[in-house]
Design a protein around this ligand. Structure first.
Ligand code: ACO
Length: 352
């Protein structure tokens, strides 16, 4: 029997350390004016020593489990979307599974910034066909570890963080109503890390050339993003039997404010229905949409019955979109009031 998969839990975690545009003015030839006007980014969170994909993922996951009112042992599946796994192998999902005391299958999924929606739509299949009751889906990145902090064209754009949701089987119509995923691998070099895989193992020469870091042809990626986001969202909406006008909140991937504005315009979504938090986090890749979702709930912009549209694009090139009908109550978590407020350490440089 086909079942609905509802979001019943959600959580996020970002490192304490923040790098502002002013910090980047001291590191590379750039300016707050350039970064703000070209991207919308003001600051981003950067992992400190000891913070890894798994530590951020586990923290976000614990919040999501608590919100869902379940424990790790209740999970039937864990998928972690990331391009910044703790290790080439084993998967980060294995580490998360152990830490949460889960006894289920766990695997990483790699679709860059589209990864969270790829993972959510995969988890949905396990729920819809009746094989899993609760699935944990996490998007997490520690992109600061693969950034070239001498390359102003990339290093100002990205940040670290994790977002997680619990998808639970439900008989009530709602949850993930429609989705689409896409891939065009014709030009992997548009956005990639060229060295460190089986095509080009790490050598001293490669390290000297800084080829172990993210490389991007920004304007080509920009054009791709503005072309694909509208149609991808429309396809997911059509599969849900909806139009863009019926979305209560549009939560696009947070890569560049100008890309978000172009996609919103193309879809005819007014600014008050578009969720934007890129100014605080930069592009956190697979973590961007679940982090945005958490903040949207926290800000009271998500309510039972709301239809949410989410769309992402990323390295690959990949794209994905999903429509979710929200069904969960949105009150605070049990321990939320006791939690300490987020404190911010003085930025003291990059990464660890
Ligand atoms: N500060 C100052 N100048 C800069 C900076 C910087 N940080 N970065 C680039 N420039 C310069 C360039 O060198 C160039 O100078 P030139 O004209 O003398 O050669 C000039 O600014 C213009 O560069 P463009 O690349 O044309 O600038 P553009 O307006 O396209 O903005 C940007 C660049 C922000 C990177 C944009 O292309 C973009 O956002 N692209 C999409 C990137 C993206 O979203 N990637 C993530 C995909 S998701 C994933 O999977 C991770």
């Amino acid at each position: 029997m086909s079942r609905y998969s509802a979001i019943t839990g959600w959580g996020m975690c970002v490192p304490e350390k923040v790098l502002t545009n002013a910090d980047f003015e001291r590191m590379v030839e750039t300016s707050d004016e350039w970064i703000t006007s070209r991207t919308g980014i003001k600051e981003r969170h950067i992992a400190g020593p000891g913070e890894t994909a798994s530590t951020l993922a586990i923290a976000a996951a614990r919040q999501a489990l608590e919100r869902a009112g379940i424990e790790g042992k209740d999970l039937g599946l864990i998928i972690v979307a990331t391009v910044c796994a703790d290790y080439p192998f084993p998967s980060t999902a294995n580490l998360v599974q152990h830490a949460l005391g889960a006894q289920c299958g766990a695997f990483d999924m790699q679709a860059a910034c589209s990864g969270f929606l790829y993972a959510a739509s995969t988890a949905h299949q396990f729920i819809a066909n009746g094989s899993v009751k609760h699935a944990l889906v996490i998007g997490v990145e520690v992109l600061s570890r693969v950034m070239d902090y001498t390359d102003r064209a990339t290093c100002v754009l990205f940040g670290d963080g994790a977002g997680a949701v619990v998808l639970s089987a439900s008989e009530e119509p709602g949850g993930l109503l429609g989705f689409t995923i896409g891939s065009d691998g014709a030009r992997p070099e548009l956005l990639w890390i060229p060295v460190g895989g089986s095509a080009e193992p790490i050598t001293h020469e490669a390290l000297e050339q800084r080829r172990q870091y993210v490389q991007m042809q920004g304007s080509d990626v920009f054009k791709f993003a503005t072309r694909i986001m509208g149609p991808a969202m429309e396809e997911a909406l059509a599969r849900a039997g909806m139009t863009a006008a019926e979305m209560d909140l549009f939560i696009p991937h947070q890569a560049n404010l100008r890309i978000i504005e172009a996609a919103s315009k193309r879809l005819g979504v007014p600014p008050e229905k578009v969720f934007v938090n890129i100014e605080k986090y930069g592009n956190t890749s697979a973590a961007a949409i679940p982090i945005a979702l958490c903040e949207a709930v926290e800000q009271g912009r998500v309510f039972p019955g709301a239809h949410l549209g989410m769309v992402a694009f990323g390295a690959g090139l990949t794209w994905a979109a999903a429509v979710v009908k929200w069904t969960a109550p949105v009150g605070p978590r049990a321990t939320e009031r006791e939690e300490a407020p987020v404190t911010r350490a003085e930025p003291a440089g990059v990464g660890s």
